[in-house]
Design a binder for this molecule. Sequence first.
Ligand code: CS2
Ligand code: MG
Length: 405
Amino acid sequence: MKISQIQVFVCSPGRNFVTVKVTTEDGTTGIGDATLNGREMAVVSCLEQHIAPCLIGKDAQNIEDIWQYLYKGVYWRKGPVNMAAIAGIDMALWDIKGKVAGLPVHQLLGGKSRTGVTLYAHASGECIDSTLSKAEHLINQGFRAVRLQTAIPGLTATYGVLGDKKDYFELQGNRPLPPEEPWCTQKYFSVVVELFRQARKRLGEEVHLLHDVHSRLTPIEAARLGKLLEPYHLYFLEDAAIAENQNSYQLIRHHTTVPLAIGETYNTLWECKDLIQHQWIDFIRTAATHAGGLTGLRKITEFANVFDVRIAPHGAPDLSPVCFATHLHINIWAPNFGIQEFVGLDNPQLNEVFTHDIRVENGMALPSDLPGLGISFNEDAAKKHPYKRSYLPVSRLEDGTMWHW
Ligand code: CS2
Ligand code: MG
């Protein structure tokens, strides 16, 4: 099954997505997600200029060898651009393998380990009251796990709370450059602990509550937050601090029993190997799209399983439904699956471009049983939504100091 063509599509049905399509000589096709938010075109160039020419004529069935060829075989290993490009190819090859076998990808991995994939939904509001009202609404819809984020009083903007803006394009206005947002740790502490105190009172003890710090704290501040949140027993506290020094999580760990999650920006096992093997974290959040596809994420998942670390793959709106579909196949199989982030699939523009039969009921998702990944890409619909340059906001302290993303 020789690879005869590799095409790369960029479209923006709400957010920018880079989609890879691999075709074999017999006409079988597979698709993959290679989206790297804010750096989309770098991945397109890597795929078109550097990777595609090397793969034409290779046997599409040898997924592992192609993965190693693109990872181990190159001088410049790792890196977000390279690993997203590998991811796009890798998912497409798994899609092809499933179609050839007549089996959904989770059956190729070893079958189902559970009846469905538990999701956590997002409740983000302008104040504690509106955040909790949104959480109640989600719980009434059947979600058993909700992430709570609330605007920080006294700051002009809070990451993840869009206010009256409908999306990041609107936040950037007519000038597509990174918006700047202020950060103040003291102001954050004054609202976040209160958010969870009120949440437990209003939402009860049973629902799983989660929170994302977006790496804005130092390790010792993160340790303090973990301790303060212990009475409200979070499912996990995400990205409490940057872990470029992986052993900084040892410090956080030694101070608090709050379960810790990290990893949405990681591209390989090497960025989380110490975190996992020392059991400094409880959940690894790496996405297939950013860590070398299904093959890359499976390697991380199996390593994490040895150390009782569970997977909780990233599920933000800047990962395409192809990534979400891939995660569902891994999640339904992985012995160490924890929870899947979910931001909804009911955007009509998105559903016009990516068609699938993923079911979401009572806060759980079911992967497709169709052969392959079970998702298709409509090239004509994609043309209606051209790429728009876009950036995430950057963060500065109130005195102007550049702060952690
Ligand atoms: C967030 C993301 O979903 C999450 O956990 O951290 O929304 C993240 O900010 C975006 O993916 C960045 O584009
Ligand atoms: Mg996050």
